[in-house]
Design a protein around this ligand. Sequence first.
Ligand SMILES: NC(=O)c1ccc[n+]([C@@H]2O[C@H](COP(=O)([O-])OP(=O)(O)OC[C@H]3O[C@@H](n4cnc5c(N)ncnc54)[C@H](OP(=O)(O)O)[C@@H]3O)[C@@H](O)[C@H]2O)c1
Length: 263
Amino acid sequence: MMLKDKVAVIYGAGGAIGGAVARAFAREGAETFVTGRLRPPVEAVAEDIVSAGGSAEAAQVDALDERAVDEHLRSVIDKAGRVDISFNAVGIPDTKILGVPLVEQDVEQFSLPITTYAMSYFLTARLAARRMIANESGVIMTVTALHSRTGIPLVGGYGPAQAVKEALTRNLSAELAPHGIRVVGLRPQAMPEADTIREAFEPRAKATGMTWEQFQDSLASRTHARRLMTLAEMANVAVFMASDKASGMTGTTVNLTMGSLDD
Ligand SMILES: NC(=O)c1ccc[n+]([C@@H]2O[C@H](COP(=O)([O-])OP(=O)(O)OC[C@H]3O[C@@H](n4cnc5c(N)ncnc54)[C@H](OP(=O)(O)O)[C@@H]3O)[C@@H](O)[C@H]2O)c1
C-alpha cells in the first residue's frame, strides 16, 4: 500500500475528482478526512470508503472559510496526530463562468473563478503547511486544467484561475520544500465521467453547434491516445504523487493531458 498510515484531508471530496482521489487514497491505506461544502455528498463518499474496508471521516467544511478549515484541521490533528496530505479538489459551477466572450464579461464574472480558486487553494495550503512545518513533512496538492497553458475561447476567467493555482504551487514549493513539504499539482484534461465536463460543454454547445458526442470526440482527437482519461487513471497518479515514491517531485504540475498539451 503506497499511502499506508498517511493522514489525508480532501477538500471538495463530494465532487468527481475529490471523490475519486479520496477513494484511491483510502484504497492505498490512507486515513482519509473527506470534506465538502455540503455534508450529504461527502458522507456518501465516506460510506463507500468504509464499506470497502477503508478509513474515512466526513465533515462539512467550506473551503473558503478560514475558520472552518482551521477548526477542521485542528480536529484532524486531535484525532490522527498529524496531517500528511492536503488535496484541494474544489470546483465551482462553470455555468457562471463559461460561454461569454471576454469582451462581454464584467469584472465580477471574470474575477469570480480567479478569486475563488486562488483563495480556496491558498487557505487550505497555508493552514495545512502550518501543521506540516512542525513535522518537517507533508504533501500539498491541487488540480488544474490545460486552460492554464493554452488559449481556449469562451472560458472567461477560468484559464487565468488555473494559471494562478499553478503559480501558487511553484511559489509554495519554493518556500516549503526546505521544510520537507512537497507541493504538486495535477493537470488533467476533461474526464467525461465528471458532470462538470457536461456542464462546461452546455454553454458552448450553442456557440459551436456541436453535440455532446462531437464535443467529446473533438477533445479526444487532440490526445495522442485518441481518447480521454478516466477518473481512475487520474486518481492513480494522485496516489503516486502523494506517496513517498514521488519524494523527488515538488514545485510542479503533472501534465495529464495525454499529449493534448506539450510541455
Ligand atoms: N472533471 C474534469 O474532467 C476536470 C478536468 C480538469 C480540471 N478540473 C477541475 O478540477 C476541479 C474539480 O472538478 P470536478 O469535476 O471534481 O468538479 P465537481 O464534481 O463539481 O466537484 C467540485 C466539488 O467542490 C465542492 N465545492 C465547491 N465550493 C466549495 C467550497 N467553498 N468548499 C468546499 N467544497 C466546495 C463542490 O460542492 P458543491 O457541489 O456542494 O458546491 C463539489 O463537490 C475544478 O476546478 C475543475 O475545473 C476538472
